[in-house]
Design a protein around this ligand. Structure first.
Ligand SMILES: [Zn+2]
Length: 258
């Protein structure tokens, strides 16, 4: 067989293989793209999500250099006090989305959070994906938590477990007079546990009106303290005020009035 014929045969044989790989490679690229969009959504994607779900708060439209800090999954006897000290040292405020079950085990910590001038939010009774609960279960979980924390301070915000906002979750928030709050800066700190990564992620995405999501509690441990120690002074250097969700929302509303 001549070289030319051998080459043309090889070319013909390689075509179907390339075609077979085509759809698989395409699917892998799409899946990778979606995963990247999910794990590191660009700001425009967060804004679109906010327009599609107007009853869910992702970030606030404000020109003020203010960012809301939210801390999920407490209160926790090993971390909450340390977090409170760190926030006080850096003159920062936060919204603590607490679990009802942990709050009922440590009611004094709920008082301490409010005593330090922070805000409490409802994060349902236990750490589980809210979207997987039946309507009644979800409603009871939200209502029991609400009853517990409202004994300490008024609460108008709900962060559903695992951050999934299905129609059922949104309806439950509405029925309980709570505003659903997700966020715009989420480093998946329970999944990616490297402090430098989390710090870089938060600082890289900081912008006016953003809402940061971090975790404390038995799973997250005290890493949040190291993260805050690194992030808070840098945000302050850039002129940011770190505050509660409700305070950030008031900022946005003031701007809308003008
Ligand atoms: Zn949680």
């Amino acid at each position: 067989m001549s070289v030319a014929r051998r080459m043309s045969l090889a070319r013909r044989m390689s075509v179907p293989r390339a075609r077979r790989a085509g759809p698989a490679a395409g699917l892998a690229a799409v899946a990778g793209g979606l995963l990247a969009l999910w794990l590191r959504p660009p700001f425009w994607a967060v804004r679109i999500a906010g327009r599609l779900l107007p009853d869910v708060l992702f970030c606030v439209d404000t020109p003020q250099r203010a960012i809301a800090l939210t801390i999920d999954d407490g209160p926790d006897p090993a971390t909450t006090e340390l977090v409170l000290e760190t926030l006080a040292r850096h003159d920062a405020q936060a919204t603590f989305f607490v679990l009802g079950g942990r709050g009922s085990d440590h009611p004094r910590l709920l008082q301490r959070i409010v005593g330090h001038g922070h805000e409490l939010g409802n994060h349902t009774w236990r750490a589980e994906p809210s979207a997987r609960l039946q309507s009644t279960e979800l409603d009871v979980s939200i209502r029991d938590t609400q009853r517990l924390i409202e004994a300490v301070a008024p609460v108008g915000l709900l962060r559903p477990g695992s951050g999934w906002v299905t129609r059922r979750v949104r309806a439950a928030a509405h029925d309980n007079d709570l505003r659903c709050v997700l966020g715009s800066i989420y480093p998946y700190d329970l999944l990616f546990r490297s402090k430098p990564y989390i710090v870089r992620y938060v600082l890289g995405r900081a912008r006016p009106g953003a809402i940061v999501i971090l975790h404390e509690g038995p799973t997250a441990g005290t890493r949040i303290v190291d993260v805050l120690e690194a992030v808070l002074p840098r945000l302050r250097e850039r002129g940011y005020r770190v505050t509660t969700v409700s305070d950030l929302v008031r900022d946005g509303a003031r701007r809308a009035d003008q």
